[in-house]
Design a protein around this ligand. Sequence first.
Ligand code: NAD
Ligand code: UDP
Length: 325
Amino acid sequence: MHSQKQDKIMANKNTYHRNLVTGGAGFLGSHLIDKLMHQGEEVICLDNYFTGIKANVSQWIGHPRFELIRHDVTEPIRLEVDRIWHLACPASPIHYQFNPIKTAKTSFLGTYNMLGLARRVGARLLFASTSEVYGNPEIHPQPETYKGSVNTLGTRSCYDEGKRIAETLCFDYKRMHNTEIRLIRIFNTYGPRMLPKDGRVISNFVTQALRNEPITIYGDGNQTRSFCYVDDLIEGMVLLMNGQYEGPVNMGNPEEFTIRELAELIRSKVNPQLRLIMKPLPSDDPLKRQPIIELAKKELEWEPKINLNEGLNKTIKWFKEHLID
Ligand code: NAD
Ligand code: UDP
């Protein structure tokens, strides 16, 4: 059920758009494409397949409203579109640390190129930013007004600082060129189509449990995260793009869990006999993270509906069906 405000946002959206989704073959991008395609929109999926896979969008290949382009956002591209959903960037620490210089280039040059495209064709651009702009936060939970505590020199900096400069570029394009921007700060999101080997905590724990391997807790497991199910996040993203509020706006599920609680929950669902083993905490790993989502509630009447228990059931079911050893 949509609220009245959400119905109004969607009613204002009485025309169909030509959408460019960068990073469209990835986890979030492919769910967004499903939603847009089901709404009758035209979609161009652009991806360099660094962490995305064609299988995520194969259901749309050959559809008259869908196109697939292999392209790297660090290079400019000329296209005629009126909505740009700029998601291209590896999101998991092991992937964004694989080539940190490329990650920083993807955020800076990639966002610069996509804003240039938006300016040229007069498109509205939604940028997928992250809770990582808050770094290892000194205030908890985090509101959008918090300026962040980010290490400029660490192993996560390529991602965190890349996203921060990309946010700056968005606002400078708005101020200098009146480019229409929307800025979402996404907190840890999970669900079907996460890569089994992408190293993020939910995909790691679920695949380990399904393979009867010990569950690897980094550090003492007392660090916290707040986990949002993908369907909730995509709904919020679409509301933000279609509405008048430009952000930045936090989107995530404010229910906070320690990593140990998460491990125990997944173990209880898959195999209560599994061992939990401790591994070293990666450097600069934030100790706690929880969004304040009052702004999203006020401006978009959005809040997540799927709790961790339900979201994990759906995710475990999907991994069971798709995990190939
Ligand atoms: P993902 O790794 O599954 O998707 C990223 C996609 O971008 C992949 O398909 C990848 O191949 C593509 N890509 C990477 N570099 C590219 C480049 N230079 N040119 C073209 N394509 C490129 O990650 P995701 O979880 O779907 O994240 C999508 C976006 O959301 C990212 O920008 C990420 O920073 C942001 N985000 C995600 C989360 C989360 O919890 N999933 C949290 C905060 C922010
Ligand atoms: N983590 C863990 N075991 C794993 C993978 C991750 O304990 O196998 C921890 C990680 O150290 C971090 C939290 O889980 O504290 C979330 O990690 P993830 O990479 O999913 O997201 P991020 O750190 O970027 O929020």
